[in-house]
Write a protein that binds this ligand. Structure first.
Ligand SMILES: [Zn+2]
Ligand SMILES: [Zn+2]
Length: 368
């Protein structure tokens, strides 16, 4: 089969910026040196553009996991132009298809089943799905967002202003335009490009699947560091409407922290979170599947399976009992009703649940 035509604009863009970052940036550093201002600007603009993609393009516009004040949407639109990853409208359209048809080589724009290179960058180098490039049916809601449409219309000029104009201005203020263009412009662009591309490539290849194995998405704490917290991709693909990717306090998710900060200052509202019960049940289901696969072939497999299923059902009941009582307690508190009895019951159920979880852990650990 003939391969689709090459997209030369993208090929040249990626090749020239990559080579420039790999050759020009170190050459200038060795010859003239960089100062602290260039390094600070590099880090600041890397976060500004990266977080505009993750908190803006991804969690706000593609998945609508929260609502945001226009001032933040404007910043995300500018930061998204700085990141040079197409307009928010186009990006979100691609991304919604990615979730809907994940791993489907014909439909998923960056299907991980096509391999690392394709899902990382190859998908942008040829006209693989040209028939839908201008089809924005799946982002009709975003077409009502004036800032999204303004960015889409003026994308080319915004992208030039942000990537050349802004670093040049900073460099002029600091007294070395070329140093700033190379560090805050070029190197920053290439680093952020590949770090965010890792979410489509590596985050579908490398890591654990604690919540679902129905798609290739993985949870990976190391990757989270390079992707502004998007490394918890297995969680994200099953609970895509959650504004968090790293749900535990110890997980590195600066995108979530930014949204939290926006919420504290009133710039973000209606943050959506998945009920904890659903998360626990998904995790439990995966543990059951995994253990089942391991014991099935054992000599006394049937006997173990029976025990496993009994314990699983018991734990499932305990989980729903606990969360049901917990919800009743919250309702009672909200309505200012007396809730001493309820509180005791919740505490008791919590202890029971912890015990069941310990049993489950011991049982499954035997076959891990
Ligand atoms: Zn997503
Ligand atoms: Zn994905």
């Amino acid at each position: 089969m003939k391969k689709p035509p090459l997209i030369w604009t993208n090929i040249l863009l990626f090749a020239i910026t990559f080579l420039g970052a790999a050759i020009l940036v170190p050459w200038y550093g060795i010859t003239y040196g960089y100062g602290i201002a260039e390094w600070v600007a590099f880090v600041a603009l890397a976060f500004a553009s990266g977080l505009s993609i993750t908190a803006g393009y991804h969690r706000l516009w593609s998945h609508r996991t929260y609502k945001s004040h226009w001032s933040m949407r404007l910043l995300f639109a500018l930061g998204g132009a700085l990141a040079l990853q197409n307009s928010a409208l186009h990006w979100s359209s691609d991304h919604r298809i990615h979730h809907k048809h994940v791993d489907d080589n014909d439909k998923d724009p960056y299907s991980a089943n096509m391999g690392f290179w394709y899902s990382h960058i190859g998908w942008m180098l040829r006209e693989y799905q040209a028939q839908r490039y201008h089809d924005y049916k799946n982002v009709r809601d975003l077409q009502n967002d004036k800032i999204v449409m303004w960015q889409h219309k003026h994308y080319l000029s915004l992208m030039l202003i942000m990537n050349i104009g802004l670093p040049a201005l900073l460099g002029w203020l600091n007294g070395d335009i070329w140093a700033m263009l190379l560090m805050a412009g070029l190197l920053r662009l290439v680093v952020v490009h590949h770090c965010t591309f890792f979410i489509n490539s590596l985050a579908h290849i490398w890591g654990k699947q604690p919540y679902t194995d129905k798609n290739t998405a993985r949870d990976n704490g190391i990757l989270a560091v390079f992707t502004y917290g998007e490394g918890y991709h297995n969680f994200h693909h099953i609970f895509e409407n959650d504004y968090r990717n790293g749900i535990h306090w110890w997980q590195y998710d600066p995108t979530k922290w930014l949204i939290n900060m926006m919420a504290w200052t009133g710039l973000a509202t209606q943050l959506r979170v998945t009920p904890q019960e659903r998360i626990e049940r998904a995790k439990l289901q995966m543990q059951l599947t995994r253990t089942r696969n391991k014991v099935e072939h054992l000599a006394n497999g049937e006997e173990i399976l029976e025990k496993l299923h009994d314990e699983y059902e018991l734990l499932k009941t305990h989980i729903s009992d606990y969360y049901q009582a917990h919800k009743e307690l919250l309702d009672a508190k909200r309505q200012k009703l007396t809730h001493n009895q309820l509180m005791l019951r919740v505490e008791q159920l919590k202890q029971d649940l912890l015990m069941r979880k310990r049993n489950w852990k011991l049982l499954t650990a035997n076959y891990a």
